[in-house]
Design a protein around this ligand. Structure first.
Ligand code: SF4
Ligand code: SF4
Length: 267
């Protein structure tokens, strides 16, 4: 029955054009793949007692839009993807409730504003760790989850459910090439060369940079996911060459289109 239920969940995702779906059982939080790990109160079974599985969905950030960041274009895409993730995970939880399995969605962004994030830069649940445990990707030096399909240009949403769904295998090799492009090009100097979990993003520096962009209506920053060479989406969009992202290389038709977008819609 749970295999059939998982197939039904996947089919619903397919109909909603959700390209990435993975399942983790909650025991994976108790036996983490590395340490230090999160405190127990962040585990899905602590947040929603009765949870036995976590379904994680991923929606891509379209690279050509992200390339214009910081811009109103990426700002709006980010908001749209977050809204869709909240709606899709809510609908999946509702479907599972109808099937008799108590389920809840977890909101995409568990903080009230960037100012709140500056004071307390941690959410009550980590979609990144859920995506790792659901087999969708691995951590990169930029502290995000890299996926084979989209690199780090993907946002995740999660459903906590009492359904005992078969878990997906985790990815057993690192996807990050440790090219250090993200570290070098981060405008806030917030990234550490060590990579996760030894090197943690300086969340205060990152949030301060985001807050400054937010005042101009062009947050988030997104540079560390834009410049990452990992992901089949680079080939799809004909963007294997990342040299235009380098300072001093801002020339050509591509860069003129980014400059055009940046001139409008933000302060
Ligand atoms: S979002 Fe921007 S400021 Fe934050 S870590 Fe990434 S590149 Fe640095
Ligand atoms: S830009 Fe390079 S170092 Fe940074 S996450 Fe991507 S592959 Fe890893």
């Amino acid at each position: 029955m749970t295999n059939e239920l998982k197939d039904a969940v996947r089919e619903r995702c397919r109909k909603m054009e959700i390209p990435l779906v993975g399942v983790a059982n909650v025991e994976r939080w108790e036996h983490p793949p590395f340490r230090p790990w999160m405190p127990e109160e962040f585990f899905p079974q602590s947040i929603f007692s009765g949870a036995r599985s976590v379904i994680v969905i991923g929606l891509p950030i379209h690279l050509p839009v992200l390339e214009t960041s910081p811009s109103i274009y990426y700002h709006e895409l980010y908001r749209t993807v977050n809204t869709l993730l909240d709606q899709y995970t809510y609908r999946l939880a509702s479907f599972l409730n109808e099937q008799g399995y108590p389920s809840v969605f977890v909101p995409r962004d568990g903080y009230g504003s960037i100012e709140v994030l500056r004071k307390n830069p941690i959410a009550f649940f980590s979609h990144r760790h859920a995506a790792l445990l659901a087999g969708l990707g691995t951590f990169g030096v930029n502290n995000t989850i890299l996926t084979p399909e989209y690199g780090p240009r993907i946002r995740f949403g999660s459903v906590l459910t009492a359904a005992p769904l078969p878990p997906d295998p985790m990815i057993d090799h690192e996807l990050c090439t440790r090219c250090m492009r993200c570290v070098r090009l981060c405008p806030a100097g917030a990234l550490d060369r060590e990579g996760y979990p030894e090197g943690l993003t300086n969340r205060h520096a990152c949030a301060a940079h985001s807050a400054a962009l937010n005042k101009r209506h062009i947050s988030p920053c997104g540079i560390c996911i834009k410049v990452c060479p990992v992901g089949e989406d680079r080939e799809h969009y004909g963007r294997e060459d990342a040299s235009p992202y380098e300072p001093g290389e801002q020339h050509g038709k591509l860069c003129r289109s980014w400059d055009h977008v940046r001139r409008y819609g933000g302060a």
